[in-house]
Ligand binder design. Structure first.
Ligand SMILES: [Zn+2]
Ligand SMILES: [Zn+2]
Length: 282
């Protein structure tokens, strides 16, 4: 299986790749912009060149490369100002991804209400793309269903997925913490199988391209999005052993987005998930 972590890009985007190599990642996720700001300095030719050079030399085994949208945008926002800024942010990230040759761009489902929210989000995505084509594959991530978060249930996520503008390169990202908090017990063979079957029934499980592997601090169905380190949450090591034993899951690149204080902790977590995956089916 391919495992990686969400890496910091302190010191430049290419440093994110360098960190991924140092941690022993097979794949990696990064932010291309400041995740807590609406605007970031433009991407310079120098930064692109450094990134490409690092990718083609020391980081050539790191694949796929995944970018994550910043925290502030809400593509389902009822507020016009936030909505417009969210559209601009998505478009900006799409452009940066293509300039850097990023494979996937993950965006959470927005926070909105019912069908008004999904219609709004569809419009937001359509406007971010405009008439342009982007090579990067846009991934919709399931949510924990906290507050007004949309897309915590597979049916809702798939329904929205089917509404996406035609012709865009798209897929799904499943976050294990979010799924668990939304009521899907991915630590149990049968309920995991059911979750996969639900995707299969609506859009096909092959639309799922990336897994975010996070333990959940809060219980099953709590609808609270609090990531825990693997083995230190309610899913637990045996739960992840079961999860990684599934042959459909084993084909997908997995990214850790767990709390961390040092590189050593990332390395330990990577070792742990690899050992759980290596144990194979129960
Ligand atoms: Zn996630
Ligand atoms: Zn989360």
């Amino acid at each position: 299986m391919r495992f990686g972590v969400h890496v910091s890009v302190a010191g430049g985007l290419h440093m994110g790749l360098r960190r991924a190599v140092q941690l022993g990642c097979d794949t990696a996720q990064l932010f291309l912009v400041n995740p807590r700001a609406w605007q970031s300095p433009p991407l310079t030719d120098k930064a692109i060149e450094l990134f490409q050079n690092t990718r083609q030399t020391e980081a050539k085994w790191i694949s796929p490369l995944i970018a994550h949208m910043p925290y502030l945008p809400n593509l389902a926002a009822a507020d016009d100002d936030i909505f417009e800024k969210s559209i601009a942010a998505l478009r900006d990230n799409l452009k940066r991804c293509d300039a850097l040759g990023i494979d996937f761009l993950v965006t959470h489902m927005g926070r909105g209400e019912g069908h008004g929210g999904t219609a709004r989000m569809r419009e937001g995505i359509a406007r971010a793309y405009g008439d342009d084509h982007f090579n990067v594959c846009l991934l919709l991530e399931n949510t924990a269903g906290q507050g007004r978060e949309m897309g915590s249930q597979v049916t809702d996520l798939c329904e929205f997925y089917g509404m996406l503008p035609e012709g865009i390169s798209k897929g799904i990202c499943i976050d294990t913490c979010h799924a668990f908090a939304a009521g899907y017990d991915i630590s149990q063979k049968e309920s995991l199988r059911k979750l996969i079957q639900e995707f299969q029934q609506y859009i096909g499980f092959f639309e799922v391209k990336v897994i975010h592997v996070n333990d959940s601090l809060k219980p099953l169905g709590s609808r609270v999005d609090r990531h825990a380190k693997i083995g230190q949450g309610m899913i637990g090591t045996e739960g992840f052993h079961e999860f990684f034993a599934n042959t459909k899951i084993r084909k997908l690149p997995c990214i850790l987005e767990v709390p961390r204080k040092s590189d050593e902790e990332d390395i330990e977590q990577l070792q742990l998930v690899r050992s759980l995956a290596a144990r194979g089916p129960k």
